[in-house]
Design a protein around this ligand. Structure first.
Ligand SMILES: Cc1cc2nc3c(=O)[nH]c(=O)nc-3n(C[C@H](O)[C@H](O)[C@H](O)COP(=O)(O)OP(=O)(O)OC[C@H]3O[C@@H](n4cnc5c(N)ncnc54)[C@H](O)[C@@H]3O)c2cc1C
Length: 499
């Protein structure tokens, strides 16, 4: 006796896309979510809802928009984001590896998957606030990322869940998968545990794992990513503790992708250990601090340690969390002067943002108690100011080439002297977003064994797919990956369950 044709474990974006696709295939679908109803939706709920996909021009965006008559549209330059550019962006983080099969699928199905979501009532809005700057009366988008789901991550999850329930899907909260059931050959269900420890079997023809990576599990972080990673703050849900990956590996699944890699971002040093869904969703991202490209970052020894202006922040923010975590004491200061104050995102004006402020640079340095070597930070800032190329105009809408000259560690773009008070310094640490290593799936989303054969009845999607990201990440690719591989796994499991 089965409880559902298809069981989907998790209820984030990937799991929801899988559940919708499996319903479309005609399967009776039951989602099982570890969290209670409030925390259900996983990391997807914490996101800004931004999704990266291929488009040629504004006409490709219109069918996705909540308000295609937005009066700003005629004065907006969205540019284009070609498949080639997406490929180059991903290859830029591959450390010489060729494009993976997963990356090819992500690129090739990004646009049709966004359209599929829109057909299910999930609508999008241009990200004017964070992905465009105004120039000559026009909103100029940069970085290949233009749209986010209405009401960001919460809106995305709510809209996807509404679509799934409307199609007759079912969901159970407080149901943590603790084991996979097999009939000897195929996976035919899961064991779930309630918060009180009561265990129950749930039987099905197919199981889709959409239950995230291992970013919220300090033991697995240390095991796979490295020693200092037990210290990382977790930007999102406390529930992604890696059971999906571990249980599948226990059944002989292949370990796939870059297990040492993860997405990690500079975050407010004083944030709590996990993300906070209690605060209004538009403020949730505000523990993030990613305007380092407008200033400099120094560590406890008063040294800079990255090229803050290496690229648009979409292409650096997911790596710089790791760089911060690797500094002495696992923290750094981001230092800005008043020239860029208006350009700092809302997260720097957030009521809970921690910062020091002074009319003079010397006064600011005196306040940075955690900096062991104050003379060194003075020297670093003086050398930086002397190295700024004054001959090149500052322009945040492009990679302006306004760099430093003669420093051992350059700042390649947007380098302005830090010389106009008041000055501000924000303390940051590294916050892990999600992990890159995981399982391998075939073209139907079925989980592969070491010997390249699929494990019958077992499918996977979302963060727990390996091979999509290696040493970095172009912003907005995680949700698109979840949607592309979720839809694929839902199609695959739905087809299997209905034969
Ligand atoms: C603060 C923040 C901002 C982000 N912003 C963006 C953005 O704007 N754009 C973007 O593309 N990406 C963004 N990301 C990355 C993005 O969140 C992930 O790539 C994506 O949401 C992962 O989706 P998922 O469905 O795989 O996992 P999740 O959404 O995390 O869902 C996994 C679900 O599985 C459940 N679960 C875990 N273990 C079990 C178990 N044993 N049994 C049952 N259920 C279980 C969890 O509770 C959770 O609900 C952001 C992440 C964070 C944390």
């Amino acid at each position: 006796m089965i409880d559902a044709d298809v069981v989907v474990v998790g209820s984030g974006n990937a799991a929801l896309c899988a559940a919708i696709a499996a319903r479309e295939a005609g399967a009776d679908v039951l989602m099982l979510e570890k969290a209670d109803e409030k925390l259900a939706g996983g990391n997807s709920k914490y996101t800004a809802g931004a999704m990266r996909f291929v488009y040629n021009d504004t006409r490709d965006l219109l069918p996705l928009l909540l308000d295609p008559d937005d009066p700003r549209l005629p004065d907006t330059d969205f540019g284009a984001y070609s498949a080639d550019k997406f490929e180059q962006d991903l290859l830029g983080f591959n450390d010489g590896r060729p494009l993976s099969r997963e990356q090819r699928a992500l690129i090739d199905h990004s646009q049709d998957t966004l359209l599929w979501l829109a057909q299910h009532g999930i609508k999008f809005e241009p990200i004017y606030e964070r992905q465009s700057f105004e120039k000559d009366g026009k909103h100029i988008f940069w970085g290949g990322l233009t749209l986010a789901a209405r009401d960001e991550g919460v809106g995305l999850v709510e809209a996807e869940l509404a679509a799934f329930l409307k199609m007759g899907g079912r969901i159970r909260y407080d149901s943590a998968m603790v084991d996979l059931i097999t009939d000897g050959a195929a996976v035919c269900g899961v064991v779930v545990e309630s918060p009180t420890g009561e265990q129950k079997e749930v039987r099905s023809n197919a199981v889709i794992l959409g239950c995230g990576g291992f970013e919220a599990n300090p033991r697995l972080r240390q095991k796979y990513i490295g020693d200092q990673w037990d210290m990382a703050k977790v930007r999102g849900t406390p529930h992604n503790t890696g059971e999906g990956i571990e249980l599948a590996l226990g059944l002989g699944a292949k370990q796939h992708g870059h297990f040492q890699g993860c997405h990690a971002t500079p975050m407010d040093l004083h944030m709590k250990d996990y993300g906070n869904l209690e605060i209004p969703h538009l403020e949730r991202k505000n523990y993030r601090k990613i305007c380092y490209f407008l200033g400099v970052m120094v560590n406890a020894n008063g040294q800079r340690f990255v090229d803050e202006g290496k690229d648009f922040r979409n292409y650096t923010y997911a790596q710089f969390g790791k760089a911060v975590l690797e500094q002495p004491g696992h923290f750094a200061w981001q230092i800005f002067d008043s020239k860029v104050d208006d350009l700092l995102y809302g997260e720097y004006r957030f009521h809970d943002a921690h910062f020091s402020e002074s009319e003079t640079l010397e006064g600011l340095i005196e306040q940075l108690d955690e900096i062991i070597d104050k003379a060194a930070v003075r020297r670093t800032l003086n050398e930086f100011n002397r190295a700024v190329d004054d001959g090149v105009p500052f322009d945040p809408t492009i990679k302006d080439g306004k760099g430093t000259k003669g420093l051992a560690l350059s700042k390649s773009n947007w380098a302005q002297k830090i010389d106009t008070g008041p000055f501000k310094a924000y303390p940051v640490t590294g916050g892990i977003t999600f992990t890159y290593g995981g399982l391998q799936v075939d073209d139907r989303g079925a989980v592969m064994r070491e010997n390249d054969t699929p494990i019958d009845g077992l499918f996977a999607c979302g963060e727990l797919i390996g091979g999509v990201f290696f040493n970095g990440y172009p912003g907005g690719s995680g949700l698109t990956s979840g949607a592309v591989f979720g839809r694929r796994a839902g199609n695959g499991a739905g087809a299997l369950a209905m034969t």
